[in-house]
Design a protein around this ligand. Structure first.
Ligand code: XUL
Length: 526
């Protein structure tokens, strides 16, 4: 009988499902449910509730639960073989938090299939809405926690990241500060990932080491709650947090709610969920240290893998525990395709093909030209006042500017990933701009590394399905190696390999020094 594993991804705008047949190495079903469209009564826009304060970004835990009911109903209608599912895991948008009262555990254990999840869950929350990763209203809380912990260095070394507005610890501190009575009534705090896992398991689920690392509360090396961080955040917090566990660890059998209502296999295992980034790392096949993925999207993201835990003393990058063992780093560059688009618009270049052709007309190193493409405030390096800067670059030269923007982005990635102390030996490029070979050649040359293109739809949900398979294999006493598990699901595009050019890599080594000087000069002036 086919062994089916289900991965769910509860992301900002949608809930997605990917079902895999492990032995056949095939995705057998995929579905996405967009919150705004499928559940308009919550009045979300792009998954976020309206709020007068532009810094406050919340969503609703009931919306996420409602979406889970809808998705299972849809799978039943689509005649998905729910009775053959062996295990389920998932991933959630990172950092978002859910606040339960003391009734929650009992309600979860007795979910009534005659009612909807929403009807079952009414009255179990101490906070109606959940702050999500887009919230940036906790600057004061970040500063207080960081100070109490003894500064950036200590915070980073202990928790894997500096305090960030979206991270759960600062969000919890704000809740305690602004609604102390509701905080006191809170019996349990979950992440989006552990909340969804709790629904499936019918009990309060653990938080995994991957998503737990996005809270500023977990000791990144010891993988336990850090008492200094808990103390700096809010009183009595240790009693409100669930235990930490391995991603994919089996919690138990799925809640009878899902078997009774949708025909899910009652013996199916409910596994611990993780964050969407750690899950994507699995879905992209980054299961060995030294493998890196660069996602060229609205913002550009560098996902690294590390055997040893290195942290970024500048506090710009993040370190999470990888579900495949070791650690993963995440560095987010805000001016990604946004900056490339601005250059394209400014020089009236019709399309990306033409953009790539212009890039290829200029030599590696662009005759020493440097462009700092901070069209918007930048995360890495921290730039609060946006502004574009050019060094030895004629603003009117279209080809030189096209090449300069991408060279700068790659040089910046190399410079700001040095704290990891691992030279990548293979880069998977993904996202819109990864279609362009001229850009990928620059990536290979700057990074001294071969580059392969990878196209995985729903990488987080696929990673979650693989996580379920891994959790099941561990539970069965025959753990399957990650490399074996991902094989066939996460293959790079055939023929997409690009090798670094020796001459060009030397040019970029020299240009990196100039780039670093230009960057620090510009940062000094700001
Ligand atoms: C990562 C982060 C986002 C969310 C998106 O730190 O905040 O990538 O995980 O869902």
């Amino acid at each position: 009988m086919a062994k089916l594993f289900l991965g769910l991804d509860s992301s900002t705008q949608s809930l997605s499902a990917v079902l895999i047949d492990l032995d056949a190495r095939k995705v057998v079903y995929e579905k996405s449910l967009n919150y705004d469209q499928a559940l308009p009564r919550y009045k979300t826009r792009n998954g976020v509730l309206p709020n007068r304060d532009p810094l406050v970004k919340h969503s609703s835990p009931l919306l996420w639960a409602d979406a889970l009911d809808l998705l299972f109903a849809q799978m039943k209608r689509d005649k998905v073989a729910l009775g053959k599912i062996v295990a389920i895991s998932g991933s959630g948008q990172q950092h978002g938090s859910v606040y339960f009262n003391e009734k929650a555990a009992e309600v979860l254990a007795n979910l009534d299939p005659k009612k909807s999840l929403v009807e079952n869950l009414r009255g179990v929350f101490t906070r109606k809405t959940s702050p999500i990763w887009m919230d940036s209203s906790t600057t004061a809380d970040c500063a207080k926690i960081r100070k109490q912990l003894g500064g950036v260095q200590y915070t980073v070394t202990r928790t894997g990241s500096d305090t960030f507005e979206r991270f759960t610890g600062p969000q919890i501190r704000k809740f305690y500060r602004t609604e102390p009575e509701a905080y006191t009534r809170t019996a349990g705090i979950a992440l989006v990932s552990s909340f969804m896992a709790s629904l499936l398991a019918g009990k309060i689920a653990p938080i995994d080491f991957g998503d737990g690392a996005g809270m500023n509360l977990m000791d990144i090396r010891k993988k336990n709650w850090n008492h200094d961080a808990l103390k700096a955040t809010a009183p009595g917090l240790v009693k409100k947090l669930p235990p930490l566990a391995d991603s994919g660890h089996v919690i138990g059998k799925v809640s009878p709610y899902f078997a009774g209502k949708y025909g899910l296999n009652p013996e199916a295992l409910a596994c611990v969920w993780t964050g969407d980034n750690p899950a994507s790392v699995l879905g992209l096949g980054l299961t060995k240290p030294g493998l890196v993925a660069i996602s060229l999207g609205t913002s550009d993201t560098y996902f690294g893998t590390m055997e040893k835990c290195q942290t970024d003393a500048n506090g710009e990058g993040h370190v999470f525990a990888s579900p495949a063992g070791g650690y993963l780093s995440l560095i987010c560059f805000k001016n990604g395709s946004l900056a490339r688009e601005k250059i394209r618009e400014r020089h009236k270049i019709s399309d990306w093909k033409k953009f790539g052709e212009l890039v290829a007309t200029m030599p590696p190193g662009n005759n020493g030209a440097i462009l700092l493409p901070w069209f918007e405030a930048e995360i890495v390096p921290r730039v609060n006042k946006p502004g574009v800067r050019r060094f030895d670059l004629d603003e009117k030269n279209a080809a030189a500017n096209c090449r300069a923007v991408f060279e700068a982005q790659m040089l910046s990635m190399r410079l700001h990933s040095q704290w990891m102390q691992v030279m990548p030996h293979c880069i998977y490029a993904t996202g819109g701009a990864s279609n362009d070979r001229a850009l990928l050649q620059i990536m290979a040359d700057v990074m001294h590394c071969r580059v392969l293109r990878i196209e995985v739809s729903k990488s987080a949900a696929l990673g979650a399905a693989l996580l379920a398979a891994h959790g099941w294999s561990v539970e069965s006493g025959k753990p399957v190696k990650w490399e074996k598990l991902t094989a066939g699901f996460t293959e790079p595009v055939a023929g997409s390999e690009i090798l670094p050019d020796k001459k060009a890599t030397k040019i970029y080594d020299r240009l990196l020094e100039k780039y670093a000087l230009c960057e620090s000069d510009a940062l000094d002036i700001i």
